[in-house]
Design a protein around this ligand. Structure first.
Ligand SMILES: Cc1cc2nc3c(=O)[nH]c(=O)nc-3n(C[C@H](O)[C@H](O)[C@H](O)COP(=O)(O)O)c2cc1C
Length: 165
């Protein structure tokens, strides 16, 4: 494959950035995610791809729900916290405001978000594993313009995709 052409085409799509949070027992975390998409209309399903290097993915293996927060273009600080730090070193949930949702999953205040029950998991063929969600609750106030990948490209990921746990 012409890797440069592939990378440019993917960059052209400039996805909206989300923060995916998780709780497993008393442990909580979340990470910035650019790999995500609705994957079924009826029933509604949503797919997120979590890096196998991330603590969020490790907790997701033991969780029942994930929350998906759609960042607005004023939420760069949340992108930096959740994308630039790893829960292996930092308690990100101690540095932002949230409230517990279904099965304890952290819901970040002042963000549009939905909670999904985990209905399917696929092991990673590459460096990200797929989790499929059934939305069970959703909340949105204002419809701000989303924060896009191009606006988050200054953030150095807390874990490189080729880190191994
Ligand atoms: C622009 C950008 C996009 C990212 N996209 C994803 C993604 O789609 N899936 C993922 O699991 N991690 C993604 N990451 C990486 C994680 O957000 C990052 O490594 C985070 O620090 C992991 O935290 P954790 O170890 O606490 O889970 C992205 C990071 C950045 C900066």
């Amino acid at each position: 494959v012409n890797r440069d052409a592939f990378d440019r085409l993917v960059a052209l799509m400039d996805p909206a950035m989300v923060v995916v949070t998780v709780a497993a027992g008393e442990e909580r975390d979340g990470c910035l995610v650019g790999f995500h998409s609705q994957s079924s209309i009826e029933p509604p399903r949503y797919a997120v791809w979590l890096s196998i290097a991330n603590r969020t993915q490790e907790l997701a293996q033991r969780a029942t729900h994930l929350a998906v927060h759609v960042l607005g273009d004023h939420d760069h600080h949340l992108a930096e916290l959740f994308g630039g730090e790893t829960g292996d070193e930092v308690d990100k949930l101690a540095r932002c405001e949230w409230t517990p949702g279904p099965d304890g999953v952290p819901l970040l205040l002042d963000t549009g978000h939905f909670v999904g029950r985990i209905v399917e998991r696929f092991a990673a063929d590459g460096d990200h594993a797929l989790v499929v969600l059934e939305p069970v609750e959703a909340e949105v106030d204002d419809a701000a313009a989303p924060l896009r990948l191009a606006q988050a490209s200054d953030i150095e990921p807390g874990h490189a995709a080729d880190d191994r746990r």
